[in-house]
Design a protein around this ligand. Structure first.
Ligand code: ADP
Length: 616
């Protein structure tokens, strides 16, 4: 190793093996090791020791020492050149990689920024196209032309969805997504998602059910819009990829830790399923399980990528189990802090229904269980039957009921026929309530049923229908005046929704459309101003917090710009409105506000106040 032969080596002084520049230090160290260490003491030299070869060349050395009696020291010297070489190579490689990483991150950021800008630039003129088209559609059109315009509108809406998806995804990728934290009601989110998917489900005659366990807290703290976005995506996919059978949403919770629970939501369908080798890919961006799928079903392949990123942002995760041609179950797990208010039972349901006997007839087992659980929670005594025959047997056996809840769609004997038999067979002592889909337009013998509830069944609506049927209605002070009763006095209105969050956009649009109005969407204040210069919307539902230009600034500009005869009515939508905020909205020129997530009741209330304000 040192380049000497054995004889030369044995005659050398130790100094000859040590390079000149560390000779003094080496001598001092050697001396102190000898002097201080006891017998059989181990030692080692520092890492940067070098050895000196016979030809004067240096090499990195690693030295271990062992002192024995009589000041004698055994010394093992290793040439670590190869090791150092490797170490240097590794260091260079790691430097190179971290530089590449920084460059890649920068590239991703630039790309995301480009995408965001591009999407925005395309969306603005697109909103013009959509706005003009909806104006055209409101005018008298030749049927053939109407069809063309309808297609333009549909394509425009589709393009807008794609762009919004891209924009949303690039924002998440660039780390520019911040989650809001406010209390929200879980069952409302599920009901909203089912509501949005309902139309498509009815078209395919799919059964949509939801089941929320009693342990699940009514309200939790979180970002309702983002959470709803995930649920809407999962439910819409389930309906999209299922041609027959059912789509079921179940919500359950894990154990409570401090004040946090893990929410477990599952969306199961009986659809086409996903091949095993594609199960993990579907969460990647722009990936669809089957390349050919796009042609039949459409979509960008971004929905699940966005959903899984959002779930991660919330500290949770999404995964899927699936079997081809049997169906899929998407699981979502997210930790949520329980909202204090949710521990108190809803005053509306408490007591009013207690003690009433309810007969439930539905062929869908999940739905039966859900209904029975709700009824039990309201203090009722439910008995379930899975078909008309069973129901008739139960009634004939002499059991008495106050109310009966009948599903319209059942194989063999429908809810309608069952109702007729119950009425015609003998003097029926109980009130009947029908469960049907909104799209069902059957020649109902209206007098047969005290109430009709539409699927998906929402617990609060069902509760009120049961109360009305039983004549035990409890007025709820918190509910806005019921829009339905006054429906005759409202005309169809043109509404602009300015809201940056997609799922909130969809929900608000759906709610307003359900109330019979025409709705266009924009994503921020600037777009709202552009849209107004094209279409004179009567009402603007304006999200207060939006990127680019927020709702308050936009309102101020709108009031400045439109000072003539045209004055749009502006309703602020504020998820986290605080005391005193209303003053700020009023000063900016807003007319009304909806606080918290928009609901059918709060929207109907705002529209009713608008109608009131325009009445002569
Ligand atoms: P998109 O639906 O826009 O294509 P997604 O990211 O939502 O994008 O879904 C990605 C792919 O995952 C879909 O194209 C489809 O192949 C598959 N997929 C998602 N949900 C389901 C489901 N419930 N059943 C079968 N396949 C599904």
């Amino acid at each position: 190793m040192f380049g000497y032969d054995e004889t030369e080596f044995s005659e050398l002084s130790l100094d000859a093996l040590v390079p000149d520049h560390i000779r003094d230090r080496h001598a001092a160290l050697a001396h102190s090791f000898r002097a201080q260490t006891k017998s059989r003491q181990m030692g080692s030299a520092g890492l940067n020791i070098q050895g000196r070869r016979a030809d004067g060349g240096l090499f990195p050395a690693d030295i271990s020492l062992l002192s024995v009696d009589d000041g004698l020291v055994y010394c093992v010297v290793r040439d670590v050149s190869a090791y150092r070489l490797l170490e240097n190579q590794l260091r260079e490689e790691s430097d190179r990689l971290s530089k590449a990483l920084v460059a890649a991150q920068e590239a991703v950021r630039v790309k995301s920024e480009f995408l965001a800008t591009m999407s925005h630039e395309i969306r603005t003129p697109l909103n013009g196209i959509i706005g003009m088209t909806s104006l055209l559609l409101d005018s008298e059109l030749d049927p053939e032309i109407r069809e063309f315009v309808d297609t333009i509108r549909l394509s425009g809406d589709t393009l807008l969805t794609v762009l919004n998806d891209i924009l949303d995804f690039s924002k998440i990728e660039a780390g520019r997504t911040e989650l809001e934290v406010a209390p929200f009601e879980l069952d409302r989110v599920v009901a909203d998602a089912l509501d949005i998917a309902n139309q498509a489900a009815i078209g395919k005659r799919l059964e949509l059910t939801s089941f929320i366990t009693l342990e699940t807290p009514a309200a939790v703290y979180g970002d309702v819009a983002r959470f709803r976005q995930i649920v809407i995506n999962l439910v819409s996919n389930a309906v999209k990829f299922t041609d027959q059978g059912e789509v079921a949403v179940t919500v359950d919770v894990g154990p409570l830790e401090a004040d946090t629970i893990t929410l477990r939501l599952a969306v199961s369908d009986t659809g086409i399923g996903i091949p095993e080798n594609r199960l993990s890919d579907v969460f990647d961006s722009f990936v669809q399980a089957d390349g050919s799928v796009t042609r039949k079903w459409g979509g960008t392949g971004l929905g699940l990528a966005i959903s899984s990123r959002l779930a991660e942002l919330m500290g949770g995760k999404i995964w899927v189990e699936s079997e081809v041609n049997k169906g899929s179950t998407f699981h979502l797990e997210v930790p949520f802090r329980i909202a204090e208010a949710s521990r108190a039972p809803s005053p509306r349901s408490e007591g009013a229904l207690s003690g009433l006997k309810l007969l439930i007839v539905d062929d869908n087992a999940t739905q039966r269980d859900v209904l029975a659980l709700h009824a039990t929670a309201w203090g009722m005594e439910p008995v379930s039957a899975e078909n008309a025959r069973q129901a008739l047997d139960i009634v004939q056996s002499g059991q008495s009921f106050d109310l009966a809840l009948l599903d319209l769609h059942m194989p063999e004997v429908s809810g309608l026929e069952l109702a007729e038999r119950l009425v015609d067979g003998w003097e029926t002592p109980f009130k009947l309530i029908l469960m049907s889909s909104v799209a069902d337009r059957l020649p109902l013998r209206a007098s047969l049923f005290a109430e009709v509830v539409h699927k998906p069944i929402k617990p609060d609506k069902l509760c009120r229908a049961l109360q009305r049927a039983a004549g035990r209605e409890v007025a709820d002070e918190n509910t806005e005046p019921d829009y339905d009763r006054a429906a005759g006095s409202f005309r169809r209105m043109r509404i602009l929704v300015a809201e940056d969050n997609q799922s909130s956009q969809q929900v608000t649009r759906k709610l307003a459309q359900d109330l019979g109005h025409s709705v266009d969407l924009v994503s921020d204040g600037i777009e709202a101003l552009d849209a107004l210069s094209i279409v004179p919307y009567q009402i603007i539902l304006m999200d207060v917090q939006m990127p680019e230009m927020n709702g308050i600034e936009a309102t101020r500009l709108i009031r400045e710009r439109f000072q003539g005869a045209y004055r749009p009515y502006i309703v602020a939508m504020a998820a986290n409105a605080m005391a005193g905020d209303w003053d700020k909205y009023l000063k900016a020129g807003m007319d009304d506000y909806i606080s918290g997530p928009v609901t059918r009741e709060s929207l109907a209330g705002a529209l009713a106040r608008f109608a009131e304000s325009t009445r002569d």
